[in-house]
Write a protein that binds this ligand. Sequence first.
Ligand SMILES: [Zn+2]
Length: 306
Amino acid sequence: MKIKPLFPLAVFLAVLSGVSAPAFAGAAAGPKPLRVLLVAGGCCHNYKLQSDALKKGLEERAFVQVDVIYNAGSGGTRTVFAEYANPDWAKGYDLILHDECSADVTDAAYIQRIMAPHAQGLPAVFLHCAMHSFRTEGYIVPGNMTPWFELTGLQTTGHTAQAPITMTYFDKNNPITKGLQDWVTGNEELYNNPMGGILPTAHAVALGRIGTETSVIAWTNIYKGKGRTFATTLGHNDETVLDARYQDLVTRGLLWAADKLNDTYLKPAPKVEPSAVKKVTLAVPDADHAAEAEGCGCGSSLALAD
Ligand SMILES: [Zn+2]
């Protein structure tokens, strides 16, 4: 009878020698998994569950290793991430998955540090409230592009009340949409497009409709001529984030942004000890903002009438 070892030999030796185990013990020579950093936290959403679901869903679908910075603090729309204080915060990563919700963070230097690696060409993905973050001066004026809007590829300043969104992949020739089916989500927020479209550098991938309201809800962008990005405004509720159709879309968009939407990367990542890669930021609750966060009411503060 063959007994399955409880511990891979490489890990065992690494523990003995006091050295961290390689993330992919025993991985054969060949392409390395994409290193993805997911930054999640802020106002109004269940980022604990959603960041776990995204990491799991992406690693089941793509040859990626997802590290997570999750801010469990109560800063609400003023949530900041300590990691962004470091100019080298993105070092070592192939792509950043932005899942922050920090509408009232407007510090230009802080935002610039987040954007700098992307201006150098580091690919990015933006989910839902990331589009409504970093609302610097003039964000609400139709057609006025803040630095953050230039990065994401679309100006959006508010959203409808929650309702199911009819989603249409109207560009069937887009590589991201290959194999994806149109669907009707559960309750979601339809983000507006006040300038009536997306930036000239962006390309729409999917439209969403609630009643007579229609918006671009998934698109790509080329930032500063070289930074490939993908974004979707879907992802308010856990039901959506846990939906395989949503995770398929995010996976394909992410691989497109990384310029790796091919068979080599459309396969699950090797199993990794979760504790070896996941980073968790447990922010100290900020007394000034805690009460505001509890009663954040961002559904209304981000509303179209805002
Ligand atoms: Zn939301």
